[in-house]
Design a protein around this ligand. Structure first.
Ligand code: PGA
Length: 247
């Protein structure tokens, strides 16, 4: 159950929300809760949640280990703050910052090699969805994004399916639509790797996840969690999401 705070909150605000959240999710031991603050808040937030079960993700990283790359940050530097995950391939990185499948592949490899678990985001745009290209797009994103990575390196990877048309729009895939795509994704991993990898892969859904739709999403067989943007910025709504009711 991951909250992507995107470009919100200074250090004080992030720490405040992290502290509140740590209290609100107390006792939710059968699920993993992850929050992704901005870079400048990572160290303070990992400290704030260190005695809770909450884990921390960075929202991006670069694939080089050091050098003249103004404005970038390495996986080792992120690990140094105490975070354990990094979100890569998010649609906002793909569309606003022109990241392509090749660059995302380099970033995923580098993150895995330095011991950070990638939350690898994929998803089709509205135009691709309308043209019936959803599966072609996600197959391409998975194939190119994970190119050259051995199946034994995939145990920590989380795959986030986020239809771009559902992100921040209030439009959400129906739980059944999301389930259908998640099932296809798991099938693809079975074909490309093996049954074990497919079975163990955590496939999470993102795109306008809210307290009102979380329970229906989480009862779907192949939905293992969610990546939440807007609704993760408020302790009440995110703790309700993290505390989804299993039926
Ligand atoms: P949203 O964002 O929940 O605001 O739609 C999801 C995401 O971008 O991960």
């Amino acid at each position: 159950m991951a909250g992507n705070w995107k470009m919100h909150f200074n250090i004080k605000e992030s720490t405040h929300l992290a502290n509140d959240l740590a209290k609100a999710v107390l006792g939710m031991d059968d699920r993993e809760v992850v929050i992704a603050p901005v870079f400048t808040s990572l160290a303070a937030v990992t400290q704030a949640v260190s005695s809770s079960g909450i884990k921390v993700a960075a929202q991006n990283s670069f694939y080089k280990e050091k050098g003249a790359y103004t404005g970038e940050i390495t996986n080792a530097m992120l690990k140094d703050t105490g975070c354990t995950y990094v979100i890569l391939g998010h649609s906002e990185r793909r569309t606003i910052f022109m990241e392509d499948d090749g660059l995302i592949n380099l970033k995923i490899k580098a993150a895995i090699n330095s011991g950070l678990d990638p939350i690898f985001c994929i998803g089709e745009t509205k135009e691709e969805y309308d043209a019936g290209l959803t599966f072609n797009v996600i197959e391409r994103q998975i194939t190119l994004g994970l190119s050259g990575i051995n199946s034994n390196k995939l145990s920590g990877l989380v795959l986030a399916y986020e239809p771009v048309w559902a992100i921040g729009t209030g439009l959400t895939a129906t739980p059944e639509q999301a389930q259908d795509i998640h099932k296809l994704i798991r099938g693809l991993f079975k074909k490309k790797y093996n049954n074990e990898v497919a079975k163990n892969l955590r496939i999470i859904y993102g795109g306008s996840v809210k307290p009102s739709n979380i329970d229906q999403l989480m009862i779907q067989l192949d939905i293992d969690g969610v990546l939440v943007g807007g609704a993760s910025l408020d302790v009440e709504s995110f703790s309700r999401i993290a505390g989804f009711i299993k039926t």
